[in-house]
Design a protein around this ligand. Structure first.
Ligand code: F6R
Ligand code: MG
Ligand code: MG
Length: 367
């Protein structure tokens, strides 16, 4: 089979149930109904509709390549129609991620998040789509680094000849709107000085060094910057290919056994542990969190999505969940203090300008 297949994961929050915590089944039903005819007509090979928290996730396979206008319009139109359902049910924040009234060819820069890759399907093509709620795309930096550059996580980097050369990391500087690539392991330390700053430098994609084959890609939209003001957290998605020259499935999900701290909890303004959960538990509630991640595993079969397998629905992640709950308790006790609360200039919600305006004449200079 030497035909190229594209996998597109496009997501948006078009209404929450209840509050920002989860998704009403009517929205998923609507999305599924609307994807049936493009599948029957051959625009799509296959699709899967799911949700993580209040984010509607459309996973689609097709032969049209990445950033294809027809596919992006299809997703956009579905989000618009689902918004109508959300409005009718008076769901919370109906249409909150649709930042523009008119579609202009590509969902990038319009609110929805999107991760896509075009691949030549291998003899067997295991792929994992990770979806998160109450966090931002920088949340993927830590696990992507572990998967593709840390030999203590990924044994294959050390003992599998097909991975031993390492991987190339493409990193986006979201403030300057520029990108840079790093060869690893040679440039590990240069990579880390940047990607440790997860709200500034974001890993966009990873390629295998030996043949430049794409291994992973993430959604790099920053909704807060896009809209110029806060309109909803840019809850990210990413996809990772597994096995035979890529990290094994177990190496790809292993980084989530540590619930590292991410930003995005409560009002997009707090740090909290990134908790791996089953599909069933993907409804952040406590203090609107803690931030959650689900992993949907698929085998591709000529573009058909065989799956999903709910990869975090596994007792071997129970310790990670317990650690996340302990970390959540610990962080919560800080209340409005950093490092639970984000630094002043990174909060999605703030009263600072108004407070400073009110207080401006009361500050006395100290000599
Ligand atoms: C949404 C989120 C939530 C909201 C919070 C306040 O993704 O992170 O924590 O920010 O529920 O929402 P509003 O301002 O809509 O009442
Ligand atoms: Mg919401
Ligand atoms: Mg969300």
């Amino acid at each position: 089979m030497d035909e190229k297949i594209t996998i597109s994961a496009i997501k948006a929050d078009v209404g929450g149930y209840v509050g920002h915590s989860s998704m009403h089944p009517a929205l998923m039903d609507k999305a599924k109904e609307l994807l049936e005819s493009p599948k029957n007509q051959g625009t799509l090979i296959d699709f899967c509709v799911t949700h993580c928290g209040d984010d509607l996730e459309l996973i689609m396979t097709h032969r049209k390549g990445t950033e294809n206008g027809e596919i992006h319009k299809l997703a956009w139109d579905i989000f618009v129609e689902c918004t109508e359902v959300a409005k009718e049910l008076k769901l919370y924040g109906a249409g909150q991620d649709l930042l523009s009234d008119a579609f202009s060819g590509n969902v990038k820069g319009m609110g929805p998040g999107c991760a896509e890759m075009e691949i030549l399907e291998r003899r067997s093509e295991p792929i994992i789509i990770f979806m998160a709620d109450k966090t931002s795309p920088g949340a993927w930096n830590y696990p992507l680094f572990k998967m593709f550059a840390d030999p203590f996580n990924t044994a294959g980097l050390v003992i599998d000849p097909s991975m031993h050369d390492g991987f190339i990391f493409e990193v986006l500087d979201i403030f300057e709107n520029r990108e840079i690539t790093f060869n690893c392991p040679e440039e590990l330390y240069d990579l880390l000085i940047l990607i440790g700053a997860t709200e500034h430098y974001i890993i966009k994609s990873i390629h295998r060094k030996s043949d430049n084959e794409i291994a992973a890609t993430s959604s790099t939209q920053k909704l807060n910057l896009l809209a110029g003001k806060y309109v909803g957290k840019d809850d990210p998605v990413m996809m990772v290919r597994c096995q035979s020259g890529f990290p094994a499935l177990g190496e790809v999900i292993e980084p989530f056994s540590f619930p590292h701290l991410v930003s995005g909890w409560m009002r997009g303004s707090h740090h909290g542990p990134f908790m791996p959960v089953s599909f069933e538990d993907a409804h952040p509630s406590r203090f609107d969190g803690p931030p959650r991640v689900i992993a949907a595993g698929f085998q591709l079969s000529n573009g058909r999505l065989i799956g999903p397998q709910d990869l975090f629905c596994d007792p071997s992640f129970n310790n990670a969940r317990q650690m996340a709950l302990d970390a959540a308790d610990y962080m919560r006790r800080h209340g409005p203090f950093e490092p639970h609360r984000l630094p002043l200039d990174e909060m999605e919600y703030t009263t600072l300008p108004a407070v400073m305006k009110k207080l401006k004449d009361r500050f006395k200079k100290i000599n």
